[in-house]
Design a protein around this ligand. Structure first.
Ligand SMILES: Nc1ncnc2c1ncn2[C@@H]1O[C@H](COP(=O)(O)OP(=O)(O)OP(=O)(O)O)[C@@H](O)[C@H]1O
Length: 459
């Protein structure tokens, strides 16, 4: 089936007819128009793949001014239109001027049919790439909006959080590298996104890399990309995260989990602001703002020779410490209310508040999983509650067993695999200071399956 919608605008009727006769054989639809003043209406009702536009509409004027005027008009109406200009009086200068003004190509009258066809076919290809690009950009903008929405509200009125807000305000606009420190679930990614959103790079990509989840062998290809055939699985050329983040922000999460050899590779890329795809000799310059996060004690790790000091000094121009939830009790009611509203709406439940005793209970608990844990606890309570006020018993920070089990004791009179699993996870987590990556490794689980279990057991 023939495809492609082409509009030809020229005041020479013979030329229009001849063009149609020839082009009809190759394209799906050829519309002709003598009068350019009708262009705005035409474009309102139809979308064309290519517009072939004459430069001169009055016999005696050869300056091309009219063509340029209508070119501007078309691009004003549809910035992604592909316009090919035609003129009998073309010159190299005019061609250059036309391209600069936004035309995609240029043909001269009288044209050879085959040449015209070739020009239109490549203009069609350009149009579909432009459309695809526009769609991708729209999709990305929408995804960013969704994510931003999800990560929008940073809640907190405790002095510690006010200090965090103050730092964000002061450093967001600069290009300074930021290191965000804090336990799991304290909002490190949330803060990284807020820094990006409030920076000059806000309309460029924010790209996350979870360094705790990348294997040694995939590190370089994930971060720097690869060329086709660089290794067995490299079926196509692929850009790495550094390249995709170009112009924007690269968020390296769990940087404390990086092995020393990989730290060296990362340092080189950050220092030189240049990368090479695996399998390629081409050096690519990258302009990124770097935000790193970890829950590991990087300074202690430097002392022990587990983390490179020079890398630390590269990434910690500004340091942000996110307090654990138990260190800012005053934020617990605020956060809990926020999530209550959110989940009551999501699950269509008429629950509007916490009883006082519930708030007290929430304030007493230690929240090893911090805000993420609170979020899940409220979600579960909203789902389970039959009342419209949440009560302490709607919150159980284990599977609802006796308090002794909550402390981590296994009751051997009552073999229950879930209890054992819950207690084991809790112990391993405590042993690893809440570090999910390490705990998952020790338990022989992936990070995401550990997260699933944490959620399941309300840990
Ligand atoms: N101050 C806050 N206000 C509102 N929501 C928050 C706050 N802090 C964290 N959250 C929420 O808690 C969840 C966990 O936050 P986030 O993923 O940013 O934490 P993290 O420190 O990066 O965790 P991890 O170290 O496990 O990757 C998210 O849903 C986030 O929106």
């Amino acid at each position: 089936m023939k495809t492609g919608r082409i509009l030809i605008i020229d005041d020479n009727e013979d030329l229009l007819k001849a063009a149609r006769l020839f082009l009809k054989r190759h394209f799906g639809q050829i519309d002709l128009e003598k009068d350019p003043t009708l262009l705005p209406d035409l474009l309102k009702n139809e979308s064309y793949d290519v517009i072939l536009l004459d430069m001169n509409f009055t016999q005696d004027v050869n300056s091309g001014q009219e063509g340029f005027h209508w070119l501007d008009k078309i691009l004003e109406i549809d910035p992604s239109a592909v316009v090919v200009l035609i003129t009998a009086f073309g010159s190299v200068d005019m061609a250059v001027k036309a391209i600069k003004a936004g035309a995609s190509d240029f043909v001269m009258k009288p044209w050879e049919n085959e040449k015209l066809l070739a020009t239109l076919l490549s203009a069609m290809t350009l149009k579909s790439s432009k459309d695809e690009l526009r769609l991708l950009k729209e999709q990305q903008a929408m995804m960013n909006q969704d994510l931003d929405h999800k990560f929008k509200d940073i809640i907190g009125s405790s002095p510690a959080m006010i200090q965090v807000f103050d730092t964000i305000e002061r450093v967001a606009e600069t290009d300074a590298n930021v290191l965000v420190l804090g336990e799991n679930g304290t909002g490190k990614e949330l803060i990284a996104r807020a820094l990006h959103r409030n920076s000059k790079r806000a309309d460029k990509p924010f790209i996350t890399v979870d360094l705790g989840a990348i294997t040694e062998s995939l590190f370089e290809s994930e971060l720097f990309g690869h060329t086709r055939g660089a290794f067995t699985d490299a079926k196509t050329d692929r850009a790495g995260r550094f390249e995709i983040a170009n112009g924007g922000t690269l968020f390296l999460d769990e940087i404390g989990n990086l092995s020393l050899p990989l730290q060296a590779k990362l340092l080189t890329a950050i220092q030189n602001k240049r990368i090479q795809r695996v399998g390629s000799n081409k050096v690519l310059e990258v302009d990124i703002r770097l935000i790193c996060a970890t829950n590991m004690p990087l300074y202690e790790m430097v002392q022990k020779g587990e983390f490179r000091q020079d890398l630390l000094y590269r990434i910690n121009t500004i340091e942000l410490h996110l307090p654990a939830l138990r260190e800012r009790l005053e934020d617990i009611p605020l956060l809990a209310e926020h999530y209550l509203k959110q989940f009551a709406a999501k699950y269509n439940k008429d629950i509007y508040k916490f009883s006082e005793a519930t708030i007290k209970r929430l304030e007493k608990y230690t929240w090893p999983g911090n805000v993420r844990e609170l979020q899940h606890a409220v979600e579960r309570a909203v789902i389970m509650s039959r009342d419209n006020v949440l009560q302490p018993e709607d919150f159980f920070f284990n599977t609802g067993q006796s308090p002794t089990k909550d402390q981590g004791e296994i009751n051997l009179d009552q073999y229950n695999l879930e209890d054992v699993e819950r207690i084991l996870i809790r112990k391993v987590l405590a042993k690893n200071n809440g570090n999910i990556t390490h705990a998952a490794q020790e338990l022989g689980l992936t990070r995401s399956s550990l997260y699933r279990r944490l959620e399941k057991y309300g840990l």
